[in-house]
Design a protein around this ligand. Structure first.
Ligand code: PGA
Length: 261
């Protein structure tokens, strides 16, 4: 294991809580305010790894506020090439230069714009090679009583991680984000039993790819309408944290989620 890979591991037992801000907030001033308010409220909560995924232009300015702090930064996407004529794209190395140590790839909102498993896999590999911790999002479109959605989920996990060898899994986090549960209220989100069953299925799929020991070392987090009202019930065994969208844009709500996780 090289130094970079070692550094990218979450200390064992720590929950990973990621704020996915998507294309919000509209100004850097607001971004700094949420970020600083959360940091202020975090004192003494060192058992959790807190990561913010702001829009690209806010990464560097926020990194300047997070020096010497335990809070980390993530990009919301990356491109698999390292440099060249790829207008609009951002490489893993550039993301690291901007102060991020994590990157999200394969979010369902990017998949809805046409990104497939092959692209997600190339992005994940490029991020891992650069020493980033890569959060790979997977999740079914909808559920059916016959359980066919599990086949869809397995296909997406296998396809999105196809470029990741056993030697690189320590850079990977899997985020289970069923598309039907994203952007809803806590009442319409997944329930604890459904999440527990999905977490077992995801571990089984990862075990079939990497063997039991390595699969157990891959953090699996959940995203989709996580709010202060459901975070406790969703903190089931087998889940290593949360990817939080809309509720991470209000410092008070995000702090409640952090303490409830
Ligand atoms: P949500 O978003 O918490 O607003 O459902 C989660 C996500 O899309 O990552």
């Amino acid at each position: 294991m090289d130094d970079m890979t070692k550094k990218s591991r979450i200390p064992s037992g720590k929950k990973l809580i990621v704020a996915n801000w998507k294309m919000n907030p509209s100004s850097l001033k607001e971004a700094k305010k949420i970020f600083s308010d959360v940091k202020k409220g975090l004192r003494g909560r060192s058992r959790k790894e807190i990561v913010f995924a702001p829009p690209f232009p806010f990464l560097y300015p926020l990194s300047q506020l997070s020096l010497r702090s335990k809070v980390k930064l993530a990009a919301q996407d990356l491109f698999w090439e390292s440099e060249g004529s790829f207008t609009g794209e951002v490489s893993a190395a550039q993301i690291k230069e901007a102060g991020a140590s994590y990157a999200i790839v394969g979010h369902s909102e990017r998949r809805a714009m046409g990104e497939g498993n092959e692209e997600v896999s190339k992005k994940a590999l490029a991020g891992a090679k650069a020493g980033l911790r890569v959060i790979i999002c997977v999740g079914e479109d909808k559920r059916d009583s016959a359980g066919n959605y599990l086949g869809e989920l397995a296909k997406e996990i296998k396809g999105s991680l196809s470029g990741i060898s056993g030697g690189r899994v320590s850079n990977i986090v899997v985020a289970y984000e069923p598309r039907w549960a994203i952007g809803k209220s806590a009442a319409d989100a997944i329930d604890a039993d459904e999440l527990h069953a999905a977490s077992i299925f995801i571990r089984k799929t990862l075990t079939s790819m990497y063997g039991r020991k390595k699969a157990l070392g891959i953090p699996v987090i959940y995203g989709g309408s996580v709010e202060p009202g459901n975070v406790r019930s969703l903190s089931c065994e087998g889940m290593d944290g949360f990817l939080v969208g809309h509720a991470s844009l209000k410092a008070s709500q995000f702090l409640k989620i952090i303490s409830g996780a």
